[in-house]
Design a protein around this ligand. Structure first.
Ligand code: 13P
Length: 343
C-alpha cells in the first residue's frame, strides 16, 4: 500500500469547506434525467454537459474532486484535452465509479446488492493510469417493514469492504457509499434504526478486511424520514438524528464524511448539512457533501441542452457549489437562496 499517495489524495479531498461533485451517473441514469428535460442523450451531449460542469469558473473553490463515469474518463474536451487532464488543470481530483450496478439478491424480497468485484484490481490499475485518484462503490438499502434483511446488510457490507481494501492496495482512495433509500413512508426513527444497523455492519466488515479508515471517505445518506412519510423532519431533527447515529457507528479515524443527496431538494440538502455544523461545531470528522442531484439540478435545467445557456448553467452550478461549501462550515443561511433563482 502506497500510504503517501493515499495521504495526499485524502488531504485534498478532505479540505475544509470543499466537497465532491458526483457526475458519475450511468448512461441509463443520465439519459433518464436528460429525457425529463427534453435533452437528447448521446455520447456527445453527455460529454458537452460534463465538460460544462468541469469548466465552471471558480469550481475548485468549492469542489475538491469530481466522480466520473467510465465513459467520461475516456472522453476528450472540445480542445482535445482528456477530461481527467482538464480536471487536474483546474486543481480538481478525478475519481471514478467502479461498481457495476445493482442486481436482485436471490431469496430476498427483491432486494438489491452491488456487483463488480471480479477483475476490480485490474480495472482500478487502468483507471489510475488515466488519472483517477479515488473511486466510488454504491450499495443500496430499501426500507420497508421487512427490509433491509440481514442477508442484504451482510452482503453489501462485505462488497463495500472488499472493494475498499482492493482500492487501497493500488493507491486509490475508496468512497464507501451505503445509501439508505429515501423512497417509502418510513419515519425518521425507522431510518435511524436501519442506519445504525447498516453502518455497524459496514464498519465491522471494513475492520475485518483490514481497511485503513484513515484513507477512506464515507458517503452516507442522511438520517431522514421517507419521501412519502406524512411528517417531514426539520433540518435540526435530521441533524440530531444523523449525528447521533454517526457518533455511535463511525470511528473518529474516518477523516471525512461526504453525504449523498438521495432525492432531497437542493435547498433541503444544503440546509440539513448546515444544521449539522451549527448544532455540532466540534465533530470528529470533516462533514461535507458529495451530491449529484442537489448540486446539478438547477444547472442541468438551465442548460437544457442548448449551447447558448452554458454560461448561465455554469453560474447556477457555481452558486449551488458555493452554498454547499458554506453549509459545510455552518455559514449558510436560507436567505442566500435568492442568488440561485437569479442565476
Ligand atoms: P445524489 O446526490 O443525487 O443522491 O447522488 C449521489 C450519488 O453519487 C449516488 O450514487
Amino acid at each position: 500500500m502506497n500510504v503517501t499517495e493515499l495521504e495526499q489524495t485524502m488531504k485534498q479531498l478532505g479540505a475544509t469547506g470543499k466537497g465532491i461533485l458526483a457526475a458519475d451517473e450511468s448512461v441509463a441514469t443520465i439519459t433518464k434525467r436528460f429525457t425529463a428535460l427534453n435533452i437528447q442523450s448521446t455520447e456527445d451531449t453527455r460529454r458537452d454537459y460534463r465538460e460544462l460542469l468541469i469548466a465552471t469558473p471558480g469550481l475548485s473553490d468549492y469542489i475538491a474532486g469530481v466522480i466520473l463515469f467510465e465513459e467520461t474518463l475516456n472522453q476528450k474536451a472540445h480542445d482535445g484535452t482528456p477530461i481527467p487532464e482538464l480536471l487536474k488543470k483546474v486543481g480538481i481530483l478525478p475519481g471514478i465509479k467502479v461498481d457495476k450496478g445493482l442486481i436482485i439478491m436471490t431469496n430476498t424480497q427483491d432486494e438489491q446488492i452491488t456487483q463488480g468485484l471480479d477483475g476490480l484490481a485490474e480495472r482500478l490499475t487502468e483507471y489510475k493510469t488515466k488519472g483517477a485518484r479515488f473511486a466510488k462503490w454504491r450499495a443500496v438499502y430499501a426500507i420497508s417493514n421487512k427490509t433491509p434483511s440481514k442477508m442484504v446488510i451482510k452482503e453489501n457490507a462485505h462488497g463495500l469492504a472488499r472493494y475498499a481494501a482492493i482500492c487501497q492496495s493500488v493507491g486509490i482512495v475508496p468512497i464507501v457509499e451505503p445509501e439508505i433509500l429515501l423512497d417509502g413512508d418510513h419515519t425518521l426513527e425507522r431510518c435511524a434504526e436501519v442506519s445504525e444497523n447498516v453502518l455497524h455492519a459496514v464498519f465491522n466488515a471494513l475492520y475485518k478486511n483490514k481497511v485503513k479508515l484513515e484513507y477512506m471517505i464515507l458517503k452516507p445518506s442522511m438520517v431522514i424520514n421517507g419521501s412519502k412519510c406524512t411528517t417531514k423532519a426539520t433540518p435540526e431533527e435530521v441533524a440530531k438524528a444523523t449525528i447521533t447515529v454517526f457518533r455511535r457507528t463511525v470511528p473518529a479515524a474516518v477523516p471525512t464524511i461526504n453525504f449523498l443527496s438521495g432525492g432531497q431538494s437542493s435547498e433541503q440538502a444544503t440546509a440539513n448539512l448546515n444544521a449539522m455544523h451549527t448544532l455540532y461545531p466540534n465533530l470528529p470528522w470533516n462533514l461535507s457533501y458529495s451530491y449529484a442531484r442537489a448540486l446539478q439540478d438547477y444547472c442541468m435545467k438551465t442548460w437544457a441542452g442548448n449551447p447558448k445557456n452554458v454560461a448561465a448553467a455554469q453560474k447556477a452550478m457555481a452558486v449551488r457549489a458555493k452554498l454547499n461549501s458554506l453549509a459545510a462550515t455552518g455559514k449558510y443561511k436560507p436567505t442566500m437562496e435568492k442568488e440561485t433563482s437569479t442565476a
